[in-house]
Write a protein that binds this ligand. Structure first.
Ligand code: HEC
Ligand code: HEC
Length: 357
């Protein structure tokens, strides 16, 4: 053959290669249906526990870049490992806590399943079959693709910036390779995550998937005994001392440093951990009590003293704490403040937390 036809042939090969490699997906059975009663309870649970971050219409990105819970590609590929597992056990180190009662959350096993199915039915998606096989690729090339096309949103090390933490160990433990690949190929509808099937070759999608997978180091959900929840007579720390005197920024916030100083000086305070109780179980600021954002305030304010400084914190980094504090202020609690950086900011600055034994 002369050079020209060879060149043309090669060019043609490169151009049609992605089309040849593009995958087709079989449909999978839908999950079971819900009775009207189960669906109503699932919806009520969604409204109580999830809207704060994932939004009233499951659109996501209301707080802390919580992902959309209605995008078609997620529900096509992600029941149950991408819905049930994070909902039950949370994503370690992110604002997403575990909601299953077994780890200290408010939902029973049946309720977590029903909520998963409810979200699936709301999405209107049809399930597809994904293989369990690993996606093989060139990890070194995958990292180049990642740094060029993904790092701006997902972070240089997959730590998550404006998008989910792709290097998160609890996510990597639950999400299979094909699930990750499918998200990259199809994107997430109505979110900043676009479909890369028209931007990257099928081979580079494999490579970047293999790179993300290479970050997994084997996460295990530790079974820890649940801590006893403090009773109201234990709420106030240093009850015989006096309240800290703080200058609040924006009339609401204190820094980690201010809180730590007050703790060192044995000041009188009530510290509210406004996250889902499962994450308080795993690690919290010493002396804090679980006071989740979905608490029934009419019930619980009876146990809060009005003359003691109250500090609220969460991990989102402050949405849940502000939500609770604003309501307390409306109820006449004047000595209230929010930890601006949240518990992750606190930990990043080296301040201590206590863990379950
Ligand atoms: C413009 C910002 C942006 C860029 C660039 C981007 N993403 Fe995303 N990505 C997102 C957002 C935001 C989400 C969450 C979408 C949602 O709400 O469901 C997401 C979701 C994902 C998910 C699904 C995670 C899950 O657990 O459901 C994967 C996998 C992913 N991105 C991989 C990539 C890869 C690989 C690249 C580069 C080839 C990339 N993304 C580029 C913003 C981005
Ligand atoms: C305090 C904020 C917050 C609340 C409340 C919250 N989430 Fe999340 N959720 C997040 C964040 C942030 C992430 C992404 C974490 C990551 O992987 O980086 C997430 C991730 C998820 C995911 C994984 C989605 C994906 O694309 O990978 C599911 C499913 C989920 N949440 C369901 C729920 C449900 C159901 C509720 C209510 C029971 C809930 N969440 C309550 C913040 C929250």
């Amino acid at each position: 053959m002369k050079p020209l036809p060879i060149l043309l042939f090669t060019l043609l090969g490169v151009l049609i290669a992605p089309a040849i490699q593009a995958r087709t997906y079989d449909k999978d059975k839908p999950p079971r249906t819900l009775t009207a009663e189960q669906a109503a309870r699932a919806e009520a649970n969604y409204n109580r526990y999830c809207t704060l971050c994932h939004g009233e219409n499951r659109e996501g990105h209301k707080n802390d870049h919580a992902p959309s819970l209605r995008s078609k590609s997620l529900f096509e590929s992600g029941v149950p490992h991408a819905i049930l597992r994070p909902l039950s056990y949370g994503r370690e180190g992110t604002a997403m806590g575990g909601y299953l009662d077994e780890v200290g959350g408010p939902l029973t096993l049946d309720e977590t399943w029903d909520l998963t199915y409810w979200l699936f039915w709301q999405s209107g998606a049809e399930r597809i079959k994904l293989s369990e096989e690993p996606v093989l690729g060139d990890v070194v090339r995958g990292e180049q693709v990642y740094q060029q096309h993904c790092a701006s949103c997902h972070g240089k090390n997959g730590e998550g910036v404006t998008a989910p933490a792709l290097g998160n160990q609890s996510a990597l433990a639950h999400n299979k390779d094909e699930f990750i690949r499918y998200a990259i190929e199809k994107g997430r509808q109505d979110t900043p995550m676009k479909a890369f099937e028209d931007i990257l070759s099928a081979e580079d999608i494999d490579n970047v998937t293999a790179f993300i997978r290479s970050k997994a180091s084997g996460w295990t959900q530790e079974k820890m005994p649940l801590r006893p929840i403090p009773t109201p007579d234990q709420y106030v720390i240093n009850p015989d001392s006096d309240n800290p005197q703080w200058t609040l920024s924006e009339d609401k916030f204190i820094t980690s440093e201010q809180l730590f100083e007050a703790m060192q000086a044995n000041k009188k305070m009530v510290i509210l951990d406004t996250r889902v109780t499962s994450v308080w179980q795993r690690a919290h600021i010493e002396g804090s009590i679980p006071f989740p954002y979905y608490s029934n305030l009419d019930e619980r304010v009876k146990d809060l003293p009005r003359d003691v400084q109250i500090v609220a914190y969460c991990s989102c980094p402050r949405a849940a704490a502000v939500y609770i504090t604003d309501q307390l202020r409306d109820m006449g609690f004047d000595n209230t403040a929010v930890l601006y950086e949240g518990i992750f900011g606190w930990m990043n600055q080296g301040f201590p937390v206590t863990r379950s034994e």
